[in-house]
Design a protein around this ligand. Structure first.
Ligand code: SAH
Length: 255
């Protein structure tokens, strides 16, 4: 079964100390940003091990996927209290009852999706924005829909802070897709519907591909790849048993 983070003195008469301290704060912040953008953050070693032991060892070979899994700071997508587990072989809670998928599942789904540099990708279930960030490095543009407003807002802010330019986050119901931007070359669902939603298949280009966990209950979900041939025929194959949060029906909620 694929289961899926300086204090400054502010009193009068402490001007010099304040100046030095502010300078120290600035240097620390600059250093952190520099480290982050050079990929030399304190989690680099853990991330490299994650890629080798959890992802390459299980057969993921796509160079874009491996490059993005190596360079994307997963620890910045999870809440502080679980940050030390960011590179562990498991899904993690991201708040509001939702989870970020296990790293291997993110890599597998990205490899199965096989988006190319000219592809426009639709993701249903933005969550933390991690999967969208990985996809963004393999595709032209990622459109991602999240039904919980707090998650949509925090993912949008997080991705913007990281300098991501080719991801658009929208609050909405993924069952409706994104008609204004359709069709999409690739569609990926990171929450499980009971059946592949017909509206999403309709928003797929000919020659396009959709990857989704599908099933009524977590116990019976499987990862499904749907292809729309150039003649418009639909082909579907199941790849692996998986466990995802359900894709919820209905109006955008603000929990
Ligand atoms: N891809 C995410 C993890 C997704 S968890 C990441 O990388 O962090 C599944 C997400 O799907 C949750 O955030 C949940 O709120 C969202 N979701 C569930 N039903 C949905 C729907 N109908 N439309 C859009 N998002 C939905």
């Amino acid at each position: 079964m694929i289961a899926q983070r300086t204090a400054c003195e502010t009193r009068n008469g402490w001007g010099n100390i304040m100046t030095h301290c502010s300078l120290a704060c600035l240097i620390a912040t600059g250093l952190a940003a520099g480290l982050l953008f050079s990929g030399e953050d304190p989690f680099t070693g853990q991330r490299e091990r994650m890629v080798r032991e959890q992802i390459e060892a299980r057969g993921i070979r796509n160079a874009d996927v491996l490059r993005m899994m190596r360079s994307t700071p997963r620890h910045l997508f999870v809440p502080e209290d679980v940050r030390k587990y960011a590179y562990s072989d498991r899904p993690l809670p991201i708040g509001l009852g939702q989870t970020i998928s296990q790293p291997y599942v993110v890599a597998l789904m990205t490899e199965l999706l096989a988006a190319g540099k000219t592809d426009r990708v639709l993701e249903i279930g933005t969550g933390s924005g991690y999967q969208a960030a990985i996809l963004a490095g393999t595709a032209k543009h990622v459109y991602t829909i999240e039904i919980v407003s707090e998650l949509a807002n925090s993912a949008r802010d997080r991705l913007a802070a990281m300098g991501s330019k080719n991801v658009t986050v929208r609050l909405g119901d993924g069952y409706k897709g994104w008609p204004e931007e359709a069709p999409f070359d690739r569609i990926i669902l990171t929450a499980a519907p009971p059946e592949v939603p017909q509206r999403l298949v309709e928003q797929l280009t000919r020659g396009g591909r959709l990857v989704a966990p599908v099933g009524d209950s977590p116990a019976t979900q499987e990862l499904v790849v749907v292809e729309k041939t150039m003649s418009g025929e639909i082909r579907r194959r199941a790849v692996a048993p998986v466990m995802f949060v359900p894709m919820v029906q209905g109006k955008e909620s603000s929990k």
